[in-house]
Design a protein around this ligand. Structure first.
Ligand code: CU
Length: 179
């Protein structure tokens, strides 16, 4: 993979040199900037190790017991909040996130950037088990779901319920992934 990316960089570098030395018009400078951005994008893609990590995880980490965390979406008093609204997770550990909705109305668990930074083993709801990437869950009143995953990418991620008025009323949270 390193050899391949080095070759691609060499090619891109040659292309950049050609463009640099041949043209000076403003329009072509814009193309040059685009090339630079593409180079950066390629660089970012090649250094992103998430797929390789996920492949290893699926064979090794599944034996690790999952840490159980329960998050309530709303409560029986119909307050618009997540309980708890702050989660501290560690990259590389396996978690079983149990989501419950004890309120009288439906809620969402929406944390798209967080979902991009984890490897999802499965989501279980009722008798259905869903494999693969999940970005958002909707829980009807009284519903329960279990999300089993391994955090990969450290950072702080926002959580919210996007139903009209809920985010504004404080139905938000933060999920922190540390190394
Ligand atoms: Cu809500």
């Amino acid at each position: 993979m390193i050899g391949l990316s080095t070759q691609i960089y060499k090619h891109l570098y040659q292309i950049l040199i050609v463009i640099f030395t041949s043209f000076t018009s403003i329009r072509l400078q814009a193309i040059l900037r685009l090339c630079v951005m593409l180079t950066l994008l390629l660089c970012w893609n090649f250094t992103s190790a998430a797929p390789a990590v996920a492949a290893n995880l699926s064979s090794n980490l599944l034996k690790q017991p999952a840490t159980e965390i329960t998050v309530s979406l709303g409560n029986s008093a119909n307050e618009l909040k997540f309980e708890p609204n702050h989660l501290e997770l560690v990259a590389g550990k396996r978690y079983q996130l149990r989501l419950i909705n004890p309120s009288q109305q439906k809620h969402y668990f929406t944390a798209k950037d967080f979902a991009d930074g984890i490897w999802t083993q499965k989501v279980e709801a009722g008798k259905v088990e869903i494999k693969g990437a999940i970005h958002e869950l909707e829980l009807k009143p009284g519903a329960e779901a279990e999300w089993v995953f391994v955090p990969l990418k450290p950072g702080k991620y926002g959580l919210r319920c996007p139903i009209a008025g809920h985010t504004e009323a404080g139905m938000t949270g933060e999920i922190a992934i540390s190394n």
